[in-house]
Design a protein around this ligand. Structure first.
Ligand code: B12
Ligand code: SF4
Length: 477
């Protein structure tokens, strides 16, 4: 595919999303992936603006059929923003499978404003299913950027500008002139992540996210806060996890001193008082993590922080947990997933159940909040195995626990397992909106959705509030 254009102005968009009424919570955080992309594109000489439709229109809700609510700016408001900036390229993030329709809708809106706008789609869902995104977006998406977009996006736009054959740009998928999807070879992970510019936090105001205050995990002690990434990638093979579709299986840490420089800048220049680490595995390299935590203390950054996404639990002990507490960590999200020995092995989670028994009391004793993440309803899991998880959740005596119905994400081993039990998942037009952790209506555990939800309600009320299933939880869940 060859065409010559002069593309200069790029709008990077976090599209509207859906939540399921009463079952799901609206959340929005500084979209750090787009922040990284914007920083690199600016460095490469492009004119870049950001539009976070979710953040700008957080309180704007529109009821959709089937108990869903769309939130984010309205179509007219989105179009007006696009018209005002008048971009040559609109890059849309398609991170979550369940948000795929609205990501495509966003692309269509941009084409309605100006059919000449080149539309790029990137993020986890787009990287997992590039061909499908091209097909199902019905012409609204021109190119899918697969994997880390930091270098590929600029390369692609420069190639279009120079009229270079796009099939020569790795990490890109597109429709050829005969309407066939072409998926170029994938890129290698970015091994030296220290060479990347810091995410551009002026593209989406961190102060606005702080004002909204609905972050990942709901923890927020101090504002302004921002999301932060100190490493990319996780080498483990958990069967339910989709993170590798973008970040691969190679752990790529940033130099701790450079991480601390960015943190110091955020504190001293931007006034940041809380940091949410979105690393898949913040403590994977224990010594490196300790250097970062010690550096927060030595540089007197005086922040609060949380590991919002992931910790390698087997690296934790009293020494590192004390340093975490002393450097400002106040909540530890604990990815327990299951309390059933057989299930731990089946899902390939790199932890032992006994570790949680040892670590949770230390977290609490040190004065941090211990919150547990559990999953139940794995393919073939018996009721007894689920009960093992629920009993374990009670035994751990956590400050809070969430229970997700196991939801297979595309391109994971869990998806393949679920497919064997539920062949309808192979439907090429499968509705990805169903993949929501609170309501997943996939019958992968040989139990009805209602039964699964009833179990969830019971355990939720019991573990978190000591209430029976006929009572109402104070958090409304
Ligand atoms: C932060 C996060 C969130 C935040 C998002 C906030 C935000 N706006 O950023 C919140 C809390 C909202 C969230 C919620 C959920 N999440 Co989440 N989340 C993440 C997490 C931990 C980190 C994402 C991140 O910042 N990565 C770091 C940056 C640098 O990478 P990146 O975002 O991927 O961006 C790079 C590329 O993707 C690409 N790129 C990204 N966007 C674009 C756009 C264009 C145009 C281009 C060219 C390139 C490009 O370039 C970037 C730079 O290299 C990921 C795990 C992961 N490792 O990705 C899960 C992840 C994305 N989440 C996931 C899921 C399932 C969910 C939930 C559905 C779970 C639930 N409870 O129901 C919810 C749904 C939310 C919703 N309402 O729909 C899955 C998605 C898989 C899928 N196929 O759906 C992931 C991959 C987790 C996993 N381990 O499987 N999440
Ligand atoms: S340890 Fe976490 S990030 Fe790594 S594969 Fe497992 S769930 Fe995914």
């Amino acid at each position: 595919m060859k065409m010559k254009r002069k593309l200069k102005k790029i709008l990077l968009v976090n599209p509207p999303n859906i939540v399921w009424e009463g079952k799901d919570r609206k959340r929005v955080d500084f979209p750090i992936g787009l922040g990284y992309l914007g920083a690199m594109l600016k460095m490469e000489g492009f004119e870049v603006e950001g539009l976070d439709v979710l953040m700008e229109g957080f309180d704007t809700e529109q009821k959709l059929p089937g108990g869903k609510i769309r939130f984010g700016l309205t179509d007219d408001e989105i179009k007006k923003k696009i018209e005002d900036f008048d971009p040559d390229v609109v890059g849309v993030s398609s991170m979550f499978s369940k948000g795929y329709k609205l990501a495509f809708h966003m692309c269509r809106l941009a084409k309605e404003v100006n059919p000449d706008i080149v539309i790029l789609l990137g993020g986890n869902h787009a990287s997992t299913l590039p061909e499908e995104c091209l097909r199902r977006s019905e012409g609204a998406v021109d190119y899918v950027v697969i994997g880390e977009g930091d270098y590929t996006t600029g390369k692609l736009i420069r190639a279009i500008n120079k009229g270079i054959d796009i099939s020569r740009i790795p990490g890109v998928a597109f429709m050829d002139e005969s309407g066939h999807a072409v998926v170029n070879p994938y890129i290698e992970p970015i091994y030296n992540v220290d060479l990347l510019p810091w995410p551009d936090r002026s593209l989406y105001s961190i102060y606005k996210y702080s004002k909204i205050g609905h972050p990942h995990g709901d923890d927020l002690n101090n504002t302004p806060y921002t999301t932060f990434v100190s490493s990319r990638g996780c080498p483990f093979l958990c069967t339910f996890c989709a993170a590798f579709h973008v970040h691969g299986r190679t752990y790529r840490p940033r130099d701790p001193e450079l991480v601390l420089d960015e943190l110091e800048y955020l504190v001293k220049v931007m006034g940041v008082r809380e940091v949410h680490f979105e690393d898949d595995n913040l403590t994977f390299d224990r010594e490196r993590a300790m250097k970062i935590f010690q550096g927060i203390i030595d540089r007197r950054l005086d922040i609060s922080w949380i590991p919002s996404n992931g910790l390698a639990f087997y690296t934790l002990d009293r020494e590192i947990l004390t340093l975490m507490r002393d450097s400002g960590c106040y909540t530890v999200w604990i990815p327990v997933e299951t309390g059933d020995e057989l299930t731990v092995k089946r899902i390939k989670k790199p932890t032992k159940i006994q570790t949680f028994r040892e670590i949770v009391p230390i977290i609490k004793e040190l004065g941090m909040i211990a919150k547990g993440l559990f999953m139940y309803g794995f393919p073939g899991e018996t009721r007894e195995q689920m009960e093992n998880t629920f009993r374990f959740a009670k035994e751990l005596d956590l400050d809070y626990a969430t229970f997700s119905l196991t939801t297979p994400l595309p391109g994971t081993e869990l998806w393949d397992e679920a497919l064997k039990i539920q062949p309808e998942l192979a439907d090429p037009d499968f509705d990805w909106e169903r993949l929501q952790f609170g309501i997943s209506n996939l019958q992968i555990a040989g139990m009805s959705t209602d039964e699964m939800l009833q179990l969830r309600k019971k355990i939720w009320l019991d573990v978190n509030w000591g209430l029976s299933e006929n009572e109402q939880a104070p958090d409304g869940k």
